[in-house]
Design a binder for this molecule. Structure first.
Ligand SMILES: Nc1nc(=O)c2c([nH]1)NC[C@@H]1CN(c3ccc(C(=O)N[C@@H](CCC(=O)O)C(=O)O)cc3)C=[N+]21
Length: 292
């Protein structure tokens, strides 16, 4: 069994990006500039956005954090999105999800200029992904693909089961793994809450991707001997023994599953840091895509 070290891999990518920034600087080219919009005070969102800003600083990207109160109106948020769309200094930006219930996330996502959509959530970028055209790949699925690539994990012809059909992880990663690319060429099954015989289905997977957001959902009996298990879950569960009062839990019952796997990602230190690394890769690509 090998633990896939996402934290270390993300660090490697960040070093590569820092080099790319340094050579851009030396050539007198523009430094990538990422902006992030954060609405409200959700603990998880603040942590993730903070980590993104920190990653920018380490790599040498410019970053701008834009914060709003929960009470911001949809129109005010749309105005800010439009402003960032037009701002020549900003190469890419994200609007951290989830947004307060009175704001329509779809409307906001549609308002982002696809050329600055480094989250890869805009339908134009999802369409480009499906058709193998250049664009931005969603950060978490791209991070998963990058881990499979860097660990030389064979995917071609493998039976891959993705559990969870979210628009930002399950659905896009199922498409990416089914494409005629390497990594890719999997036979993919996208499972969800209505799937019948889920346990049996998972137990037949060569590659199992858990993206449901339910702590410890994937049990030992759902994992095949020698399977590759990718855990996308990051749920904060209360834990009095921690200073923060919570601990991070994946979707996989790691302690009982790990032994059976050929490869497994831990939580924390697996897919999470790769999401941020992919976002940074997308931000650098934004410059290339936009001819800067
Ligand atoms: N517009 C938008 N884009 C996103 O990419 C986005 C989002 N909204 N909303 C929420 C999810 C979640 N997400 C994570 C990013 C990093 C970690 C991460 O780095 N986790 C660390 C631990 C961090 C901790 O200690 O809490 C780890 O797994 O090792 C986790 C989750 C990005 N998301």
């Amino acid at each position: 069994m090998q633990i896939i070290n996402g934290k270390e891999t993300a660090l490697e990518i960040r070093k590569e990006l820092a080099q790319a920034v340094a050579s851009r600087k030396a050539a007198g080219k523009k430094i990538p500039h990422l902006a992030a919009i954060l609405v409200g005070n959700d603990g998880g969102s603040m942590t993730y956005v903070g980590a993104k800003v920190k990653a920018c600083e380490e790599i040498g990207f410019e970053s701008t954090l834009i914060r709003f109160e929960d009470s911001i109106t949809e129109e005010e948020l749309l105005n800010k999105v439009n402003e960032l769309n037009l701002d020549q200094e900003i190469d890419g930006f994200i609007v951290q999800l989830p947004l307060p219930a009175h704001i329509d996330e779809k409307k906001i996502t549609l308002a982002i200029d696809p050329k600055k959509d480094v989250d890869g959530f805009h339908p134009e970028n999802l369409g480009n992904m499906v058709l193998d055209l250049p664009g931005f790949l969603p950060a978490t699925p791209a991070g998963i693909i990058e881990l499979l690539r860097r660990y030389n994990i064979e995917t071609s012809g493998k039976n891959c089961v993705v559990v969870g059909r979210s628009h930002i992880v399950g659905m896009p990663v199922s498409i990416m793994l089914g494409r005629n690319t390497n990594p890719g060429n999997c036979t993919v099954t996208l499972a969800h809450s209505r799937t019948q015989n889920l346990e049996e289905l998972c137990a037949n997977a060569d590659i199992l991707i858990a993206a449901i957001g339910k702590p410890l959902f994937i049990k030992e009996n759902m994992v095949k001997e020698g399977a590759v298990v990718i855990d996308v879950g990051t749920t904060r569960v209360p834990d009095a023994s921690k200073k923060s009062g919570f601990r991070l839990r994946g979707d996989v019952d790691y302690d009982n599953v790990a032994e059976k796997c050929s490869f497994i990602t831990p939580v924390p230190g697996g897919v999470g840091p790769m999401t941020i690394a992919s976002l940074m890769m997308n931000t650098l690509r934004a410059m290339e895509l936009n001819g800067k």
